[in-house]
Design a binder for this molecule. Structure first.
Ligand SMILES: Cc1ncc(COP(=O)(O)O)c(C=O)c1O
Length: 356
């Protein structure tokens, strides 16, 4: 029997594979998803309890998103008219792609780039020009400059997931200024790095900077992302593209409280950055791995032919990291999230045990 039109469509979706989530390992030390465990559990329970007091979920959150945007505006010192929110930055990226891109628009990005973004481009059949990293896991800005004319959209995660690489501020600003189309700079890990391009939005009408509370604030489960863009883009997104109640009341109220307590988040950033240096230095001492610099809350390293064994040995000790395999000429890449001091020490000890 001939396949029905929608059955063909379903098969087409299934053939795309989809986003690869990390394996769920019960009670493991979770160093696989770039979450923030340094920020205390108390921080998030205070937010949720506070949010509960302010809410009545029988009602739609009328006016809630607007109040949240005011909080973000105060926190960033950027006008509220230039801010929009979404159900995680994933949803913001998805809405930009599904509404602004098509089979005819080419996206310039790096290889690798954020997996979800790449999968969404595949879903919408949006062609990608993905420029590879060099062997030292750095990107060559000249390659981007020379390919810029071929593309309509530039997407860069800054710092990049999974390499941890970030262009210098000057290089990225020059690239953004010279790019003619739409520029999306995804700063999911920006808080762990040396700079943000958020303020550049005030003078650069084609720039959209996307940020999230998932990583720096340790609120991945809340699903709260936001963007900064020019007034007109923001108005079209908030009034037309985004549906009227994109966030739950609990998310909105918790988000407002989170920005009020941002100093706690900033304390955790300092610990994570110090621990990042400790992990990089300790892994480099072993000489068995190529360990790459990182501006994010994770570290990428190439364990060469033994990467699967390293991954399994850690799993057996209840430590979950991300197994990535081949990236460019690096055969056995693994990515570890920077956790609390104790988590990181356990990870380093397990590595030492493995190497004997
Ligand atoms: C580069 C990058 N952008 C966006 C996200 C998604 O963030 P959110 O939790 O806000 O959807 C991630 C999550 O891993 C990421 O690595």
């Amino acid at each position: 029997m001939k396949a029905k039109w929608y059955e063909k469509k379903i098969d087409e979706f299934l053939s795309k594979g989809g986003y690869q989530k990390p394996e769920l390992q019960q009670d493991s030390l979770k160093l696989d998803s770039n979450e923030n465990y340094v920020i205390s559990k108390q921080f998030q329970s205070d937010l949720i309890l506070g949010a509960k007091k302010n809410t009545d979920v029988r009602e739609y959150p009328l006016g809630g998103v607007e109040r949240l945007i005011q909080s973000i505006s105060k926190y960033l010192k950027i006008p509220a008219t230039m801010i929009g929110v979404g159900n995680g930055s994933d949803q913001i990226l998805d809405l930009i792609l599904s509404n602004f891109a098509s089979k005819q628009t080419k996206v310039l990005t790096s290889n690798p780039t954020f997996g979800f973004f790449e999968e969404r481009c595949k879903l919408y059949s949006i062609p990608l020009i993905a420029l590879p990293f060099d062997d030292d896991m750095k990107l060559d800005i000249r390659k981007f400059n020379s390919n810029a004319k071929k593309a309509n959209i530039l997407y860069l995660d800054s710092p990049n997931n999974p390499t941890g690489f970030q262009f210098t501020k000057n290089d990225l600003q020059t690239l953004v200024k010279s790019f003619d189309g739409l520029v999306i700079i995804d700063e999911a890990y920006g808080a762990f790095s040396k700079y943000s391009l958020a303020n550049m939005v005030k003078t650069q009408p084609n720039l959209i900077v996307v940020q999230t509370l998932s990583k720096s604030f340790g609120l991945a489960g809340l699903r709260l992302g936001y963007f900064i863009a020019n007034k007109k883009f923001t108005e079209s997104f908030n009034k037309v593209i985004q549906y009227p109640y994109p966030l739950s009341t609990i998310t909105i109220e918790s988000g407002i409280l989170a920005f009020e307590k941002a100093s706690q988040m900033k304390d955790s950033l300092e610990i994570i950055k110090t621990e990042r240096t400790r992990i990089i230095d300790s892994l480099r001492k072993h000489q068995a791995f190529d360990v790459f610099d990182s501006e994010a809350n994770f570290v990428l390293f190439d364990a060469h032919g033994s990467y699967k064994r390293v991954y399994t040995a850690l799993s057996e000790q209840g430590i979950s990291i991300r197994k990535l395999g081949k990236i460019g000429n690096h055969e056995g890449c693994l990515r570890v999230t920077i956790g609390t001091k104790e988590m990181n020490s356990k990870f380093l000890l397990a590595i030492r045990d493995f190497l004997g």
